[in-house]
Design a binder for this molecule. Sequence first.
Ligand code: UT7
Length: 328
Amino acid sequence: MKITAAITAVAGYVPEYVLSNSELEKLVPTTSEWIESRTGIKERRILKGEGLGTSDMCVEAINLLLKKRGIAATEIDMIIVGTVTPDFVFPSTSNVICDKVGATNAWGYDLSAACSGFVFGLVTGSQFIETGKYKKVIVVGADKMSAILDYTDRSTCIIFGDGAGAVLLEPNTEGYGVVDSILGVDGSGRKYLHQKAGGSVKPPTHETVDAREHFVYQDGQPVFKRAVVGMADVSAEIMKKNDLKSEDISWLVPHQANKRIIDVTAERMGLPSEKVMLNIQRYGNTTAGTIPLCLWDYESQLKKGDNLIISTFGAGFTWGAVYVKWAY
Ligand code: UT7
């Protein structure tokens, strides 16, 4: 009997501090009206506190996940973390998390795919379950974007927020879980959205810090244009590949980068807004966190057997769509 990877629990964490559009008006030349009409964002959460990093948000989400599923951390086989804001360059955030939650029988790694980090992690994690060797794999999508944002740059600081979401994958033999996926990358898009310094090409120096090169750089228009087409295309493609009509789909779970990108994708799929998960208004773009945070927010509305299309586009460029049959 074929083993699929079912999502058997979902949990999330967002920091307490709410950074509103009106507070941003005091930091950069912008207006609440501009931000909301161009992106759909009203507020985002920021992780405050000395010494707190991405792993701390992941730990909150994972502890809740374990509690909900009623299992011990020692039962976890693997933790895969999609993030571009790891605690450290090394060791991996996954290592740190395993220690902090007491997952002493687990191994894992970080996966760098920017906004597609959770989706790439979900597909990767599901393969470990499908082999039959792994029984409990946690996939986390988390970013502390405030750590790499320039709060003097109005084109980027208004978009992003901090947050973490996690799912538990377990084997299923009734066809629930990850059914199919399409993933892609195009590295030629890297110039439009990246962090200029801090890697091996341009290690940190006083000059790179002075030039503000450790922050997110984005040329928004070209990213927007590629994202609109890319997310809609891959979503339509996975529907076609699996012979899914609009009426067969219960939910679109889109990456939350810009409401206008989400609207175009839903329209292309023939889905009304009631079938589209949306929380960008409250959390902004949490990069790898958006999709599991959506699942967490909408969990109570999901039913066993629902067909979900998870869809993403992000820096890299990276993109993908996953067809999931909801298991509970
Ligand atoms: O999740 C990872 C992938 N990222 C994305 O998918 C993001 C894709 N890009 C976007 O969502 C949009 O490009 C942005 C939200 C970043 C920007 O929106 P836009 O409609 O593309 O604006 P724009 O960059 O074309 O700028 C239009 C105008 C410019 O002024 P001028 O040159 O027309 O006078 C900007 O300077 O809006 C100005 N502008 C702002 N005005 C007020 C840019 N940012 C702001 C701001 N407040 N925060």
